[in-house]
Design a binder for this molecule. Structure first.
Ligand SMILES: [Zn+2]
Length: 132
């Protein structure tokens, strides 16, 4: 009788762990994940719109102001950044979403940023734009 009870408590402990981390049903084996893997994010943080999505990688576009000395004025410019998309966020993030990325160690020739958070989905963005 005592042994059976122990097993039950073990199972409930595992379930509790899953609930605490907020990830139920998704398994993350990504070594380059900042939550489950060994990747440390540090440095600059940017927010931008997802323009392209690949496996384990997204391209985000952000608008910024570029100073032009000759005219002493600013010009609108766009910057594209490639960021690593961890396995556990793959289904969550899609094209058109607003996400937050943070700098990390260079993961490849082009990638030195990782997706850390999803701020708004594409549908939510459209609603807020229509309200203006
Ligand atoms: Zn993960």
């Amino acid at each position: 009788m005592k042994k059976k009870k122990n097993k039950e408590t073990e199972v409930s402990d595992k379930n509790r762990l899953k609930k605490e981390t907020g990830i139920v049903g998704t398994v993350c084996n990504d070594k380059k994940c900042h939550i489950h893997g060994g990747l440390k994010t540090r440095g600059r943080i940017f927010e931008g719109k997802v323009t392209k999505k690949f496996k384990n990688r997204v391209v985000i576009e952000l608008e910024r102001m570029i100073y032009i000395r000759k005219y002493e004025r600013y010009q609108r410019g766009k910057t594209k950044i490639h960021a690593h998309l961890p396995q556990c966020m793959e289904n969550e993030v899609g094209v058109g979403d607003l996400i937050r990325i943070q700098e990390c160690r260079p993961l490849s020739k082009m990638i030195h940023f990782a997706v850390i958070k999803k701020i708004k989905s594409a549908a939510q963005r459209q609603k807020s734009l229509g309200g203006r």
